[in-house]
Design a protein around this ligand. Structure first.
Ligand code: X2X
Length: 337
């Protein structure tokens, strides 16, 4: 639920909220809304969100305060999805694939090896495919997504045991996947042994060897320090993943239109800036992660795609997403499967 003044300060609020509370002399904001995400403070998502929060506060004359809770401080992605549906949390950035537990078609951008590069991603997600998915999210009734999807990135494969060079290297690999059917289905198609684990438990699961590998964009391998518990990084580029900036619909409607307009403007601008940051960060990361001890290899995607095709992966998902959504994806990426 939106917190109406700092006097209703919630003990569970965490470090960021404590520091804004400590400003003390500032007047209580009329609206204090909570934004949760699963990424460390060092990730561009949190830097740009903090800038947006400051800009919103300024432009609303202090009437609106966005409290940011990074690093799954309010709970795992699965828990936070429940909280944004009920309105206990006001905003949440969530991978479309994980959102698919509520809105099935939101996973569609995660189809294996669909996107070849960023221009193709943004054309689809800022165009017809993204609009279709946002429409379906809004139909849920409880939440909606802002227009600009934030970048997570092209996902790469890390392990503690061996590089992944061909699809055969995935067979029986104990790999962590986020909580979404598409991820589990893809790794089952490869003959791997996927285990569903929320992101807030990934580092310790890798450290204790509950799983041997995981997959994430380089910006996360770096900012979440996964290089400390993983040795190999195989540049599989197997899917593109983004974060929808979600809002609880009822709490949003409680805001005056002028505040809604200011929040919308700054959040979407922050999303665009975050995309640029992630791209810039990623450019230098192979080198700096190598210096931190990771061993990189490049990967030919063709045999991986063929394997998914022969396992019936594309056909299955085309059936699940339906013709409309699938044709919107293929309009951008070409024929799949
Ligand atoms: O859970 C993950 O791996 C992450 C951080 O990439 C997502 O949010 C999907």
């Amino acid at each position: 639920m939106p917190v109406l003044s700092r006097r209703h300060f919630n003990k569970a609020a965490g470090a960021l909220a404590v520091s804004s509370f400590a400003i003390g002399t500032a007047k209580a904001a009329q609206f204090t809304y909570k934004y949760a995400n699963n990424l460390p403070l060092a990730h561009p998502m949190n830097k740009r969100a903090a800038e947006a929060a400051a800009a919103i506060k300024k432009e609303t004359g202090g009437r609106f305060e966005l409290q940011i809770f990074p690093s799954s401080q309010l709970g795992s992605d699965t828990d936070t999805l429940d909280q944004i549906r009920s309105g206990a949390v006001d905003f949440f950035t969530l991978s479309g694939l994980i959102l698919s537990t509520l809105v099935p078609v939101a996973a569609i951008n995660g189809i294996g090896f669909a996107f070849k590069d960023y221009p193709t991603v943004w054309k689809a997600m800022d165009g017809g495919l993204g609009a279709y998915v946002r429409g379906e999210i809004a139909k849920s009734g409880s939440i909606f997504a802002f227009d600009t999807i934030w970048d997570n990135g092209f996902r790469q494969t890390t392990t503690s045991s061996k590089p992944i060079v061909t699809p055969a290297d995935l067979v029986n690999l104990k790999i962590r996947v986020p909580p979404a059917a598409l991820w589990t289905s893809m790794y089952k198609a490869f003959g791997a042994a996927p285990t569903t684990i929320n992101f807030n438990e990934v580092y310790t699961s890798l450290q204790s060897k509950v799983v041997d590998g995981e997959e994430n964009p380089l910006a996360i391998v770096d900012t979440a320090k996964l290089y400390e518990v993983q040795k190999y990084c195989s540049l599989t580029n197997h899917m593109w993943d983004g974060f929808w900036f979600l809002a609880n619909s009822a709490n949003w409607k409680a805001l005056p239109p002028d505040i809604q307009a200011i929040v919308t403007k700054h959040i979407n601008a922050a999303g665009l800036a975050e995309r640029t940051d992630v791209a810039a960060l990623t450019t230098g990361l192979q080198k700096s992660l190598t210096a931190k001890g990771m061993v990189f290899n490049t990967v030919d995607p063709a045999p991986f795609r063929d394997k998914l095709k022969s396992a019936g992966f594309y056909k299955d998902w085309q059936g699940k997403f339906g013709k409309d959504a699938w044709s919107k994806l293929e309009e951008s990426v070409g024929t799949l499967g």
